[in-house]
Design a protein. Sequence first.
Length: 350
Amino acid sequence: MKISAYAAAAAKVPLAPHAIERREPGPHEVLIDIRYCGVCHSDLHQVRDEWGGSIFPMVPGHEIVGHVAKVGAHVARFKVGDTVGVGCFIDSCRECEQCKTGEEQFCEQGMTGTYNAYERGTQTPTYGGYSTRITVNEDYVLRVPESIPLDRAAPLLCAGITTYSPLRHYGLKKGDKLAVVGLGGLGHMAVKFGRAMGAEVTVLSTSESKREAALELGAHAFAVMRDKEDFKALSKRFDFIIDSVSAPHDYNAYLSLLKTDGIMVLLGIPERPVPLAAGSLVTQRRKLGGSMIGGIRETQEMLDFCAEHGIASDIELIDIADINEAYERMLKGDVRYRFVIDTTTLPEPA
Ligand code: NAP
Ligand code: ZN
Ligand code: ZN
């Protein structure tokens, strides 16, 4: 079936209307009517080919929520009308150790990205959620609890799981002093999860204008990090740092804010590498880790945790026609805190 989408025809050109094909659901697949799709900074990195290897035309979008429109003959977990979500990947090998333990994002043969990838074993590109429908194998579809407002649920499929998973995996404890670096789509979710898990949360931002909003979000403290003095003032203060910054920045400066044995987890993927001084870790037995989204089982756990704790993303709903402007605003940190596309504003396919 021909459906409506928005695509980038090449790196660094504006997104524009573009018709794509979606298949009828196979025996184990569901067809989803997409209602909302979040706008992740990773969309922008890939549309602008900042990580290299981007596939064009590209229909971005991996924070997808909507309703099941059709199910294949053998689909067991979903029925027409169910409220569902799709995150950053739509398939994996299912056989490797990572897939078997529910860490499909680390599939040894590579997960199949929701967009900017190829369907497994084919040369058919995958297209993401800046579109009206998507066909996905039921094993890679999440159930979205009805109590979460659907537009505010969309960003949970990437920003939500990306911040929930490392807090769990690296073991944030009640009472820990947690610093969240960068108050964007990921950062604001880290604040909410950190609070819900009982941490004392400080936002470290480059934007003085976000101070009040950060405290309203639930942060206990807020600091603007500009110069050496700002870093000195918070030296060895934190047990845990979540770094969600999208641009190159000095990791060593932030590591100096960790206590002995503290851990900093990198989530942001800037386009250029940044030098790391061994002394930043060695001197206080600090740890530096990374994390990438989360597996299907943990993503479901995160959605259920959100429902239980009344957590949803803070969003600005946009029309698809505003997407290019939204990218520019995201680059300036001018969004509280996630743009979400209302997919009913996609034009009819020509
Ligand atoms: P975002 O909404 O644009 O937020 C990024 C924040 O970083 C900004 O709001 C800003 O916060 C801060 N920032 C930007 N430029 C900065 C600079 N030069 N120095 C210091 N701080 C700066 O982006 P996002 O969607 O949250 O994504 C953040 C990063 O995570 C991106 O690189 C994205 O690709 C990556 N990501 C990774 C995963 C994963 O699985 N690991 C998943 C999703 C996204 P302040 O205004 O508060 O300073
Ligand atoms: Zn994302
Ligand atoms: Zn695998």
